[in-house]
Design a protein around this ligand. Structure first.
Ligand code: HEM
Ligand code: SF4
Ligand code: SF4
Length: 506
């Protein structure tokens, strides 16, 4: 499994490097696949509402109403129809890539299983909604889908009499099933929206909107495609004639040709097994259990910063229980906590300057304490030599290469968001280093979701806890690069070293 993930991750890294070159780091579509899924959903929903105004929901007139929209009202309803079709196709593309990417970058195991597990039924719903949509056009493609699907459904012991009998010829055709499809195509997406909302419940500030340039760019591209290749129907359905020349939609109907060669029962088995394996992936193999963060009320003033910064909604503020004169205290839900440490980086009491008593902040990771981090900083920098001694606080996920040297010490963290800004001040003011580099994941693509964003804000003195004014920011380098970007990271470090040499010791 690890080998497959590594191979996939490498493939994504290579593709994404090209896209980053073309779109820039911030607008790289690969970083926004989930948000693009939401965006395409809204386009499909909005265009669907418009189409419903003109669509005749009866089986006898459905085809004619779609033809009217496509040909007579091509400038409005026709474009809406094409946008509806192409945004649905785009939804499949981004969701499939989203699945592979979350898998490749291992964002599904351990306490992060929830989004994955709720995503599995979402995938099924996308297909149910898409296939029922093709049915509604009631052209020859719809006729093929109606017969193939109902024959396939008949292999399950669900219905008293075979439902395929509805589609044998024009005299047996009943509108009952068609009405059911209209119902599914309207209520399916509503239920899907509910599932999409559940899907992101364990994410605080979930990324559901792509950046504006990306949103506008994709809408323009879809509209251009709609004008150049408008979506059209095939000939009207006629159950007395077997359709021969079918142009299948390869995004939604890719499995249909298989129904001609694989018996229906076997297809159900494969489908069931596919979904079961997909649902089991977060536990293949189970993640190593890292203890969740812990609150130390003695050093907590109830400031709520940890609650504001936790990317996984694992912290709630509850009434104070220890009699101190603060209203609230944080409570960690261990089932949601991914042990990223971002809450520790946000806590004002996590400062290495503290002398009185043991260095125990209000919130802390038992496996990576702040006292331990201070000790590691002191030891790791003790032997550094040269005029530009650098300490790098590196994200464990994105910095996979070795960048240590005689003048460079590297301290790894589960996420750079775990680093309180006071550590930068401490490293420089106490002369442990001449410069500090913080090396984390690419912009908008933090493995722990928000760690690099909060770090950037804290260091820019826009988010609590602020980096102190006395810190000379020429001695601080923030470097956000995708994993595997070894060359670029080394170059950034070398340039930083040169600039520090110009500054001399502090
Ligand atoms: C309509 C379909 C879907 C949409 C719109 C969607 C959207 C999203 C969004 C907006 C996020 C949050 C991104 C962030 O803020 O970090 C997300 C995360 C995620 N999704 Fe989906 N998703 C869909 C389907 C799926 C499917 C089918 C799967 C897998 C079977 C899946 C697996 C995940 C995982 C593993 C995460 C990340 C969890 C984490 O970071 O801990 N999603 N999705
Ligand atoms: S370690 Fe991360 S997930 Fe856990 S409470 Fe802190 S910020 Fe939230
Ligand atoms: S950030 Fe620290 S002091 Fe503030 S509420 Fe959380 S644990 Fe308490």
């Amino acid at each position: 499994m690890a080998l497959i993930k590594r191979g996939l991750a490498r493939a994504f890294n290579s593709c994404e490097a090209i896209f980053e070159y073309a779109f820039g780091q911030r607008n790289n579509p690969f970083v926004w696949l989930g948000a693009l899924g939401w965006y395409f959903y809204w386009i499909v929903a909005a265009t669907g509402v418009y189409l419903y105004i003109f669509f005749d929901t009866g089986i006898t007139d459905a085809y004619a109403s779609v033809e009217y929209m496509t040909n007579d009202q091509w400038y409005a309803a026709g474009i809406m129809r094409s946008l509806h079709r192409y945004a649905s196709d785009a939804l499949v593309i981004v969701v499939v890539l989203h699945i592979f990417r979350e898998f490749a970058f291992d964002r599904l195991r351990g306490r992060r299983f929830f989004a994955w597990l709720t995503g599995v039924p979402l995938l099924a719903f996308i297909y149910i909604c898409g296939i029922s949509g093709y049915w509604l056009v009631w052209d020859q493609l719809a006729q093929y889908i109606a017969l193939a699907t109902s024959e396939w459904l008949d292999t399950l012991p669900l219905f008293g009499e075979p439902i395929a009998n509805n589609f044998l010829n024009n005299t047996t055709l009943g509108g009952r099933f068609f009405t059911l499809m209209v119902f599914i195509h309207i209520f399916g997406p509503l239920f899907m929206l509910l599932l999409m909302w559940v899907h992101i419940q364990r994410h605080s500030q979930a990324k559901v909107n792509p950046p504006r340039p990306l949103a506008i760019g994709t809408l323009v591209a879809l509209t251009a495609l709609s004008l150049i290749y408008p979506a059209v129907s095939q000939g009207p359905a006629n159950l007395d004639v077997v359709p021969t020349d079918l142009g299948l939609d390869w995004y939604y109907l890719v499995a249909y040709p298989l129904l001609d060669v694989i018996p229906g029962g076997q297809m159900w088995l494969y489908l069931f097994m596919g979904f079961a394996i997909l649902a089991a992936l977060p536990w293949m193999p189970p993640a190593k259990r890292v203890p969740a963060s812990e609150v130390n009320l003695n050093n907590c003033n109830g400031c709520t910063r940890c609650f504001d910064d936790c990317p996984f909604g694992a912290i709630t503020m509850v009434p104070r229980t220890d009699g101190q004169a603060y209203d609230t205290q944080p409570r960690v839900n261990v089932n949601n906590c991914t042990s990223c440490g971002i809450c520790v980086g946000s806590c004002p009491t996590a400062t290495p300057f503290r002398r009185a008593g043991p260095l125990t902040p209000g919130i802390e990771l038992p496996s990576r304490t702040i006292a331990g981090l201070r000790e590691e900083l002191v030891i790791a920098t003790a032997e550094l030599a040269g005029s530009a001694r650098i300490v790098v606080f590196a994200c464990d996920t994105s910095v996979t290469d070795s960048i240590e040297g005689d003048d460079t010490a590297v301290i790894r963290l589960p996420c750079v968001g775990m680093l309180p800004p006071s550590f930068v001040d401490f490293a420089l003011k106490r002369n442990h280093a001449d410069g500090v580099m913080i090396a984390g994941c690419a912009e908008g693509d933090c493995h722990h979701r928000l760690g690099n964003e909060w770090t950037r804000e804290r260091m820019a003195r826009r988010r609590d806890p602020f980096l102190r004014r006395r810190v000379d920011t020429r001695r601080l380098l923030l470097s956000w690069l995708p994993r595997g970007a070894t060359g670029r990271r080394r170059r950034a470090l070398a340039e930083f070293r040169d600039s520090l040499e110009g500054l001399g010791h502090e």
